[in-house]
Design a protein around this ligand. Sequence first.
Ligand code: COA
Length: 158
Amino acid sequence: MKKKALYPGSFDPITYGHLDIIKRASEIFDELTIAIVDNPDKHPLFSIQERKELIMTVIKADNVRIDSFQGLLVQYATDNNFQTIIRGLRAVSDFDYEFQMSLTNRRLGENIDTIFFMTDEKYSYLSSSIVKQVCRYGGDISSFVPDDVAIELKEKLK
Ligand code: COA
């Protein structure tokens, strides 16, 4: 049976930090699905479709799929037969939130487990918001996101 996993997040936009997790998880699982969350609370800069296209542009692995969902993660996971959720941990400060989410998800969906990857230390300080902020004020984002993402980000923030 194929080992498949789900990597949910906002990806607004995808950064090298996410790509590091995607690469490592896709080497362990037969199939990895990146699920972009349509979370209106976060007032995203890029639409779901734009985020999907950006991710498609920068992902090279054959076993990575891209999808999106609204509502509860557990519902999406159950509907699509996922038992494994992948999350990255950047710093201790991520732990409380991730721990709470992971336990809530397990309570809501009994067979669903979360596997955490320690983010590469190079990206432990990174977030999509930081990248957007640096870009907005004209800073160099080339070490945070791939060129294709940087181009779209600059265009969007013009
Ligand atoms: N490297 C660099 N940055 C990273 C990273 C990594 N490895 N992992 C996460 N980040 C950053 C992201 O860029 C993002 O930055 P931002 O806040 O500036 O946009 C931030 O960390 C948060 O990460 P993200 O993975 O996008 O999480 P999220 O908090 O937006 O969403 C979900 C987490 C999608 C899992 C959660 O909101 C969810 O499940 N939503 C569905 C509703 C639901 O089921 N709720 C109940 C959950 S218990």
